[in-house]
Write a protein that binds this ligand. Structure first.
Ligand SMILES: Cc1cc2nc3c(=O)[nH]c(=O)nc-3n(C[C@H](O)[C@H](O)[C@H](O)COP(=O)(O)O)c2cc1C
Ligand code: SF4
Length: 364
């Protein structure tokens, strides 16, 4: 979630909370602010279609600016945003009322004017150009680079995998973030949010299977998002084949979001998505950072509990055979029957340093 879409105290709370809980924080497409760095957490820098924070005045990529960002040690990797589940096929809009002096400076855009990002990266119209762009960013930054997408049509990933094999697996993205088609933000058009893009439950196993079939499953990490905000959902994602799980709304709820869905109106009553100083007063970054830490730890604890109940030492050792999906006719079908695939992932062995759920609970 970008600084711009969310407020200064919200970015501060997330930065501090991420540091406390040992998770990363994604800048969103709005560029890097001092508030992201403040807590000392690891950061993923997102490059959106408007290249906010790393753009030339004409909207193209500024390699010079990208180099300056890449040398910041807290920035651990770069995510090229192709699309997000809330509005596949559409760019973002930050209303002029939210484009303050500081946001304009950080993003590299005029103050007070609606900030509209294109619906796609102008330099990417096919997979060859996507791979070139990924490798250009990786060469400049020296850090891992992947992309984020909400999955719709099929066929594209197979085509991309074939192309990766043609140019060699070193040219592959280091990760793909799969966003569920019902991904959040109160600023998204309802018809897109509700009906366009596959839900994560359908998209994630499909993507994992295609990578597997093309022998790229261990080369490309898979990150999943889309309402994966409680331990049973995150455990499902690991069973389906995710390496990592990420969330926006889970953290908004942890900061006190009441789902008033006024995120684009600058009148958020909880101070999360408004730049109105009076409304921000209720959001104390120090206090909310602890809530964020508690949320992450509860997710870790709960996912660990499910993993241990299934007889594996860690949530990432969960496999499809551990999960059954109850169908509309009440009959459970094992996930590995719904989506059979040959597993080649590392076999996680119990380690003596592995914390038990009880030990983890004591840390909370
Ligand atoms: C306020 C807000 C701002 C967001 N900004 C971005 C963004 O800048 N870039 C992006 O890729 N996704 C953005 N998202 C989408 C989330 O990253 C995520 O993909 C989506 O909300 C699904 O995850 P969730 O169900 O855990 O929220 C935003 C979501 C929210 C709620
Ligand atoms: S309280 Fe409402 S306006 Fe504020 S972040 Fe939550 S959904 Fe958006």
């Amino acid at each position: 979630m970008s600084y711009g879409a969310i407020s200064i105290p919200a970015v501060r709370a997330l930065s501090r909370g991420a540091k406390l809980s040992g998770c990363w924080f994604n800048t969103g497409e709005g560029g890097l602010s001092p508030y992201h760095l403040e807590g000392g957490c690891d950061l993923v820098f997102q490059i959106g279609t408007a290249k906010y924070g790393v753009r030339n005045p004409d909207g193209s990529l500024s390699e010079e600016r990208l180099r300056e960002i890449a040398v910041i040690p807290q920035i651990k990797m770069f995510e090229i945003k192709l699309s997000q589940g809330a509005k596949p096929g559409k760019g973002g809009i930050l209303p002029g009322s939210k484009v303050t002096d500081e946001i304009a400076k950080i993003r590299g855009i005029p103050k007070g004017e609606d900030s509209i990002s294109p619906n796609r990266h102008p330099e990417i119209s096919n997979f060859s150009e996507l791979l070139s762009f990924i490798n250009r960013i990786r060469d400049i930054t020296g850090k891992p680079v992947g992309f984020k997408i909400a999955v719709g049509a099929h066929g594209w990933l197979e085509e991309m995998c074939d192309m990766i094999h043609q140019c060699g697996t070193t040219c592959a993205p280091d990760f793909i973030t799969i966003d569920g088609g019902d991904g959040g933000t109160g600023a998204a058009p309802m018809p897109l949010m509700d009906s366009v893009g596959l839900p994560i439950k359908a998209a994630l196993p499909k993507v994992v299977d295609i990578l597997q079939q093309h022998g790229l499953r261990n080369r490309i990490k898979v990150i999943a998002s889309g309402k994966l905000i409680n331990p049973s959902e995150t455990a499902w994602a690991f069973c389906a084949g995710a390496d990592l799980v990420t969330s926006a709304r889970g953290f908004m709820l942890a900061m006190g979001c009441i789902q008033a869905l006024k995120c684009n109106k600058n009148t958020c009553p909880t101070g999360i998505t408004t730049h109105n100083k009076r409304l921000q007063q209720g959001l104390n970054p120090t206090e909310k950072a602890v809530r964020i830490k508690n949320f992450v730890h509860k997710i870790h604890y709960g996912s660990g509990l499910i993993a241990h109940a299934c007889g594996v030492p860690h949530p990432r050792a969960l496999r499809r055979s551990h999960c059954q999906i109850v169908q509309a006719n009440t009959q459970p079908v094992p996930l590995d029957e719904l989506y059979p695939y040959q597993e080649t992932l590392p076999d996680y062995r119990p380690s003596t340093s592995q914390k038990t759920p009880q030990e983890t609970e004591m840390d909370l």
